[in-house]
Ligand binder design. Sequence first.
Ligand SMILES: [Zn+2]
Ligand SMILES: [Zn+2]
Ligand SMILES: [Zn+2]
Length: 312
Amino acid sequence: MSRKFPQLRRDPIIDRWVLIAPERASRPGALVAHPDELPDHDDDCPFCEGREVRTPPELLAVRPINPRPNGPGWKIRVVPNRYPAARDAVGSHELIVECPRHEVSLAHLSAEQIAEVFRAVRDRMRSRKEEGQWRYAQWFKNHGTAAGASLSHAHSQMICLPDVPPIVQMEVDAVNQAGECLFCRLGRVEMETGERVVFDDGEYIAMAANAGRFPFETWLMPKVHQACFDEVSDRGIPTLAGTLRRILQRIDQVLGRPGYNLILHTGPWTQADFHWHFELLPRITGIAGFELGANIFINPVPPEEAARQLRG
Ligand SMILES: [Zn+2]
Ligand SMILES: [Zn+2]
Ligand SMILES: [Zn+2]
């Protein structure tokens, strides 16, 4: 299908607009891959195995070798953030250390290790939910300096909040007011048209976001309706891990190891219905005045073109 650009597009779920403007991509320096600028080695890394004393005591660990906490012999560790963005009544901030040996990229871990990461995230969400004090858990990953990472060792973060964040509440309201799940509908529409589908493993679908804010923005979600990430079964996790790994590796191949943010939107702990999903936001373009002023993002790569390249 041929399209005329530039084109204003509305997000399929909420009232958010982007300008898809491919001619912007031909400006000098418009599309800059920021290869992972963080060091591959760090002799002073507080997350490496053997330096457990450098972090607060662990909240959860996968320890097939050494069951004693806060020493070596683990595959995954979850620890409180020593420098939390949120505290006590405002929120609770924890870090998921994704591998024992120094590795900077989730994409380089085995699918089995990535599955351990997601099992740990799911189990931490279940525990925090039971505490009854929080309404929402925001899991996210900042990879590379362009995405705001300060420590290179592969890790992700989870902040529990006493209220549902506004952007998630907007998505939740849209789903609950539509009379049908908008994410289920989105998945059906994308599978029918096919042009933005990046990967379909049968259980999960990855697609270039129709109104992506950033070039190559990719969404990943279960094909069958499921509100909360903490409902994911042990059977579903290996497939999810394999699919995410494949997408991250394709992003690395096509864009040259860019920085990215990977965020999880999950159902709030308030009984409202939802459909959990990941949003992967490669950071190869900056945010400038128009984005901040009008809250309209300019994306120089049509999502259909991004999907075509990611499919390879
Ligand atoms: Zn390390
Ligand atoms: Zn759904
Ligand atoms: Zn979302």
